[in-house]
Design a protein around this ligand. Structure first.
Ligand code: 5GP
Length: 189
């Protein structure tokens, strides 16, 4: 089985991660986005097989039974997310390294499975107030799900020191260059 390296990025929703990940992928052609499976509904503009593999809950559970996941979790109430083994293999087979964008527990689970080839990066928003404001402006959440995301972010922050690197996304350009430099250094050696 051919394996390359794995870059794992974790960030609370609203931390600006999507933009950072996109910029990272644009500048590093040797990386490929690892498409997770999940059971939440697609947001407007999201495409099945590009942003996520959108599964029904019974399909997701069938994949768990088949041991198809490197890791999986119920990230939010009733919503399952997981990294498929076949997805990492697809990327390695293409001679690239997967960029895995998952939550804290998933990130630490992947590092435990692949300690020698994995780099974990935590993206931090400057403050929880800014995070709340960014989520409010994005407008994809109800009051309840927004609070659930803020609570998760606040809990996840306590795990940041367990990551190999922390990048604070206060200024997008600065955070982008920092991220690219960290990843280039890791993937080149
Ligand atoms: P969203 O619903 O905003 O796309 O993602 C919600 C959370 O699920 C984010 O923290 C995201 O990183 C996490 N997530 C996405 N894919 C996976 C996955 O495959 N496994 C785990 N454990 N978390 C994931």
């Amino acid at each position: 089985m051919a394996t390359g390296k794995i870059i794992v990025i974790t960030a609370p929703s609203g931390s600006g991660k999507t933009t950072l990940v996109k910029r990272l992928l644009d500048s590093c052609p040797h990386l490929a986005f690892s498409i997770s499976a999940c059971t939440r509904k697609p947001r407007p503009g999201e495409i099945d097989g590009k942003d996520y593999y959108f599964y029904e809950e019974n399909e997701f559970k069938a994949q768990i039974e088949k041991d198809a996941f490197v890791e999986w979790e119920m990230v939010y109430t009733g919503k399952y997310y997981g990294t498929l083994k076949s997805e990492l293999q697809r990327i390695w087979n293409a001679g690239k390294s997967p960029l895995v964008d998952i939550d804290v527990q998933g990130a630490l689970a992947i590092r435990e499975k692949y300690p020698d080839i994995c780099l974990t990066i935590f993206i931090e928003a400057p403050s929880l107030d800014i995070l709340r404001e960014r989520l409010r402006i994005r407008g994809t959440e109800t009051d309840h799900s927004l609070e659930e995301r803020i609570n998760k972010a606040s809990h996840e922050l306590t795990f940041a020191p367990k990551f190999d690197r922390i990048v604070i996304n206060e200024h997008l350009d600065k955070a982008t260059s920092e991220l690219i430099e960290i990843v280039e250094k890791f993937t080149r050696c």
